[in-house]
Design a protein around this ligand. Structure first.
Ligand SMILES: Nc1ncnc2c1ncn2[C@@H]1O[C@H](COP(=O)(O)OP(=O)(O)OP(=O)(O)O)[C@@H](O)[C@H]1O
Length: 349
């Protein structure tokens, strides 16, 4: 690998992609696309030991889009690299389409494609198109037959005029796009995307989200995406697995996760002669935040355990002479649910 610059930072000095064998994707079995069972990984030893992955188990069904979330250092990348063979786990099993990757290395190489943070999955001295052709050819896809598809991806990712540019001359966001283009060019059945929207502008993120939805919806591809970008996660994922300190602390659908933490929150605006008096009356009774007074208009957010309590609030507003101007639902989103979950885990001993 002396002529080609690439970056793998881990134990295995392998090629920067998991594609090493020439093979085609075989038909899908009845097994999940990916099964991770009791995975363990500790880096270093003694007092420097870091238990990065602690008994992690999950499976991913074919055609689903699963988010792997967690604060910095939660173990996401270690799990992804274990699946890719860039890190050797201490214990546990990884099965692709029901086949243990230790049993048959090609089970992984044939089916799994990944982008790694910082575009470490591609060769920086090759041009974007050369990279795409190289990774496609490892998968047994002839560059000529794939040309139209590669052109379409270059167009989609706004890289067409950079197709002949060596990757190391691209901006960070363009490198990221090139890395995504290469994993798409390989046409794997399972895509692992580690922080794919890092460095992408809003438009590129939207394009990527739409493409991931199309790949899973129309082509039945399985996608595992690790990201801190909650908007993208909420938009594309069916399910999210949340990690904390190397352990899975939540594994549920996006809707379930949001519902779980659904407190009823309302944005309220009222007019009143004496805002201070109103605050004195409400503060001990309700969970109130973002109290803002502009002339005689007071706006605030109130969180109530159920709809009934909202009626109490309206009664209390009337008692104090406040005239409601507007009361609107505040919809919780993935970000609220995620923060709630990771913060409450943080507080536990
Ligand atoms: N090569 C390594 N040597 C030693 N410790 C490591 C190594 N790689 C990761 N770690 C440690 O393992 C833990 C998990 O790291 P990992 O990169 O898997 O987390 P992550 O969830 O991907 O974090 P981030 O969101 O910051 O990318 C961290 O404490 C990290 O410092």
């Amino acid at each position: 690998m002396n002529e080609i610059e690439s970056a793998t930072d881990d134990e295995h000095e392998s090629a920067p992609s998991v594609a090493a064998d020439v093979a085609t994707n075989s038909p899908v079995s009845g097994d999940p696309a990916l099964t991770v069972r009791n995975l363990e990984k500790t880096y270093d030893s003694g007092e420097n030991a870091v238990h990065a992955v602690d008994d992690v188990s999950f499976s991913v069904e074919h055609g689903s889009v699963v988010g792997l979330l967690g604060p910095n250092g939660a173990g996401k990348t270690t799990i992804i690299k274990s699946v890719l063979g860039l890190v050797t786990p201490d214990a546990g099993d990884i099965l692709v389409d029901g086949i243990g990757i230790d049993e048959r290395r090609s089970a992984r190489y044939d089916r799994v494609g990944a982008t790694l943070e910082g575009a470490r999955n591609i060769y920086w001295k090759l041009s974007v198109r050369e990279n795409m052709e190289f990774f496609a050819s490892l998968q047994g896809i002839h560059p000529k037959t794939a040309r139209d598809r590669h052109d379409a991806y270059l167009e989609l990712l706004d890289l067409a005029d950079r197709a002949s540019t060596p990757v190391n001359e691209l901006s960070r966001g363009m490198k990221q796009k090139a890395s995504i283009a290469c994993v798409l060019a390989r046409e794997p059945s399972i895509l692992f995307l580690d922080e794919p929207t890092l460095g992408l502008d809003v438009r590129a993120s939207e394009i990527l989200s739409a493409e991931l939805l199309r790949l899973s919806g129309d082509e039945g591809k399985t996608v595992v995406i690790s990201s801190h970008d909650m908007d993208v996660i909420q938009e594309v994922c069916d399910r999210v697995i949340i990690l904390h300190d190397g352990r899975v602390i939540s594994d549920s659908s996006v809707d379930e996760l949001i519902d779980l933490f659904q407190t009823k929150a309302y944005q309220v605006a009222v007019t009143i002669d004496d805002p201070d008096e109103l605050h004195e009356h409400l503060a001990p009774r309700y969970d109130i935040s973002d109290w803002t007074v502009t002339d005689r208009t007071v706006s605030f957010e109130v969180t109530v355990p159920d709809g009934e309590r909202l009626y109490d609030l309206i009664g209390d507003l009337q008692t104090t002479g406040a005239v409601p101007v507007s009361i609107e639902d505040v919809e919780p989103d993935m970000k609220d649910a995620y923060l709630h979950l990771t913060e409450t885990t943080e507080e536990r001993p």
